[in-house]
Write a protein of this length. Sequence first.
Length: 509
Amino acid sequence: MADTRADAQRTHATREIERKYEATTDTRIPDLTEVRGVARVVHAGTADLDADYYDTPDLRLAAHTLTLRRRTGGTDEGWHLKLPVAPGVRDEIRAPLADDVPPALAALVRARTRGRPLRPAVRIRSSRDLHHLLDTDGTLLAELSTDTVHAERLTGDGATADWTEIEVELADGADTALLDAVDKHLRKAGIHPATAPSKLARALQETGTAPTTTAPPAPETAGDHVLAHLHAQADALLTHDAAVRRSQPDGVHQMRVASRRLRSALRSFRSVLDRTATDPLIEELRWLGRELGAERDQEVLEARLRTALDAVPRPLLLGPVRGRLRRWSAARSADSHGRTLDVLDSPRYLSLLDSLDALLTDPPLRGKAAKDPRTVLAAAVLKDHARLADRVEHALSLPPGPDRDLALHSARKAAKRTRYAAELARPALGKPAKRLVRRLKKVQDCLGDHQDSVVAREALRDLAVQAHAAGEPSFPWGLLYGREEAAAAAREQELPGLWRRVSVRGLDT
């Protein structure tokens, strides 16, 4: 594992924003100096590019529009992994040229490949004629290339395909509006957007069977709605897996949210899916959420304490408070990201993903899965709401103190589950579910801030003890502790009003 992480330091990531167009060898590019902002179009030479595209035998990467290639020629030869961000937008992670797939890139797709070998699937050779679009200062705005392409399938019968295409790729920092303006000029000249999103996609289409990526039909039954939600969250889990491995901001949080949404749906809609099949998966998703939580919770806590310190007048910051917080955070965060990566590389996690795939491939549907979604989904949401109501009312009946804190935390988890269930049901239930989601979000935020205050007070007490033992003033930590107590009390006072606004009216009609 250490080798993989060391190798990751040698990778380089860029954001690729481009448009692709159909062309022939006779296609003429219009005068792009007529595009606003483009002062000159300069020929930047030609290059011969030779790339092997790697994938599993069943083309798992291509099925999710990921591409992994080893390319020689041009100014950026080496290994390239492209991860989709949005239509026409991809993150490209580059690694130096080597004979084998770099471990760092293999790790980024491990959640997709899961031990299946990565082998060359398609070879694409291109002759590239490159032009630079420059502004009046000579700053690069975009690159326009005309590529004459020859693709060869490296499996099966070795079928080949040939075509010509045009790419327009935005330069770093350039305005994306430029691509729209160039697009307009190209279309006026009779040059139309490509139907395939990438060279690999076109090569697979024209040299053999491409992986199926058709959109599922619109949900009709209760089972359709639940499965569509589970498919979306399973895909989100895998997408954010790569973000966590890349240490992307909010990656851990979003992956944890996806795991929670999956677990919540499996629990809330047991009338649709057989719990004998889903309960083991729920437990594994709970394990994953706990493992991801260690890193995420520390991020949230540290950010809260730093913000709290920033709000304290400088004369009251007695002693080396920021240094104390920095050392305390470092000790608690030591290798936390490494521990998270160990989890994502563990057999248990990969087995969880396999189990999730198996469930979605052959879902254990119960009789109510075929029923009207408005009836089945509403019943599940109402059941979750009733559980939440019991917990909120119990918490509010307790006096302030540790028991109420625990009860409010329990209510927070129930609020989250009810909100997730209502979000799943919203396409079928319409405005009543939308209203419920919006108001539950406010309750959840209130309870979440209260719980964050509870955790922060525990941390502040720890910091005060450490400061006192080191002969430092503990006053700043006590001051922050008092402010957190006041913040928690304010949230407790706010909760009854927010809860009264939560209504399930209209869900059961």
